[in-house]
Design a protein around this ligand. Structure first.
Ligand code: GLA
Length: 386
């Protein structure tokens, strides 16, 4: 058992004097396919070896007594009064509400949680938080929901209790992840293909910009609204269009004037990214890592210049990577944007030198030291047997 998991288990025993159910809920990366999930497109994420662990038992009442080990902070709330508290409590309340809306018989729980997913780094600690808690409730109260239903409850919590109109990628990847593989997820069909990831002499290195720009979530919601506006205009021109998945480049150019410059650029990025993601998955299957990496760079500049969700710090790190194209096959900002991590597909024997270069130049420019995470791909949410 991982050290973090053991310590969560021990804290629970000390607080509640009984043995809990123990759950691991991983964070995620995304190889390529950014902002395509809420446009019914493709994404290519994977669960990673950083997780939030949950120790849980029924409390025997309607009260949830929750302790966040990382924050050293406990909260109690009734499942009959899900009024928003602090942000992290909101996520859990949202999950409880999601079960209740489905008419499922959940009751209170005693719970201790904590883990090693850096918060605010774009590694989906919030999806892991919702998924792990939902997975536990599902088992403890025998609700018999499948993984897709759990992913939808977690997404509901984010939409209704936190206000981020996210797609399904993060919740899905954390729940369905497969060791040493990525998931080519079709967000329209909500079905995925498991693609083994053989990186040979390459590694996946995340570089944390350590910045999270304010207004990130309102800007995220605005991007989503811009795509929806684009779809409604295109639907009037062609009633077969229900999402940007149904749109080609040619169609966008045909109706460029009706869309207007801003919406056109946003939609163009999405249409290209949906195609790029399918192309990238084919390249990965053939182990063509250089060509795969080249598409990652393309995605980055699309996100930065057309979709406008990058920031100075992420652009800077991607430019540094581009200077070393021989060793860094691909790099791009990852996740919603406005900070968080870049993901780098880098020759393993160059990791150290590149990290040194990045520390030196990034710190010199922004006065913040970046952090580095080498990640492995793991299975999705599950019970830890003890
Ligand atoms: C966030 C959202 C996801 C997805 C990404 C961008 O992580 O939660 O649903 O839209 O941004 O790809």
């Amino acid at each position: 058992m991982a050290d973090v998991a053991r310590s969560i288990f021990t804290i629970f025993q000390q607080k509640f004097s009984t043995d809990p159910l123990l759950i691991r809920a991983p964070g995620r990366i995304n190889l390529i396919g950014e902002h395509t999930d809420y446009n019914n497109g493709f994404v290519f994420p994977a669960a990673i070896d950083r997780a939030i662990y949950f120790a849980m038992t029924p409390s025997g009442t309607e009260k949830c007594n929750i302790y966040s080990a990382d924050m050293g902070e406990g909260v109690s709330f009734s499942i009959r009064d899900l009024n928003s508290g602090e942000t992290w409590v909101n996520y859990l309340m949202g999950v409880v509400d999601g079960f209740q809306r489905m008419g499922l018989p959940v009751h209170g729980v005693d719970c201790v949680f904590g883990g090693d997913i850096p918060a605010g780094a774009g590694l989906s600690s919030s999806a892991a938080l919702c998924n792990g808690f939902a997975f536990g409730l599902n088992i403890l109260f025998n609700c018999k929901l499948d993984r897709l239903e759990l992913a939808k409850i977690s997404q509901y919590a984010e939409h209704e209790f936190v206000g981020l109109m996210c797609g399904i990628m993060d919740q899905y990847a954390s729940l369905f992840g497969v060791k040493d593989s990525a998931l080519l997820l079709d967000c329209r069909a909500l079905k995925h293909e498991v693609v083994p990831v053989h990186l040979k002499d390459y590694s996946l290195l995340l570089i944390d910009t350590k910045v999270k720009h304010t207004l990130a979530s309102s800007a995220y919601n605005q991007r989503r609204a811009a795509c929806e506006k684009g779809v409604s205009i295109l639907h009037q021109k062609n009633p077969k269009v229900f999402s940007l998945r149904d749109v080609s480049r040619a169609m966008l150019y045909e109706f460029q004037d009706a869309l207007g410059e801003d919406i056109f650029m946003k939609c163009l990025y999405i249409v290209d990214e949906i195609n790029r993601t399918q192309q990238a998955a084919e390249l990965l299957k053939k182990n063509e890592l250089k060509a795969f990496g080249a598409l990652m760079y393309e995605t980055h500049w699309g996100l930065s210049q057309s979709y406008e969700v990058s920031c100075e710090e992420s652009d800077f790190l991607v430019k540094l990577a581009e200077e070393e194209k021989e060793t860094v096959a691909g790099a791009r900002m990852m996740g919603g944007g406005f900070g968080g991590c870049t993901i780098n597909l880098i020759k393993t024997d160059s990791v150290k030198a590149f990290q040194e270069k990045a520390i030196h130049q990034y710190t010199f420019t922004f006065g913040i030291e970046p952090e580095f995470y080498l990640v492995k791909l793991v299975d999705g949410v599950g019970v830890i047997e003890n």
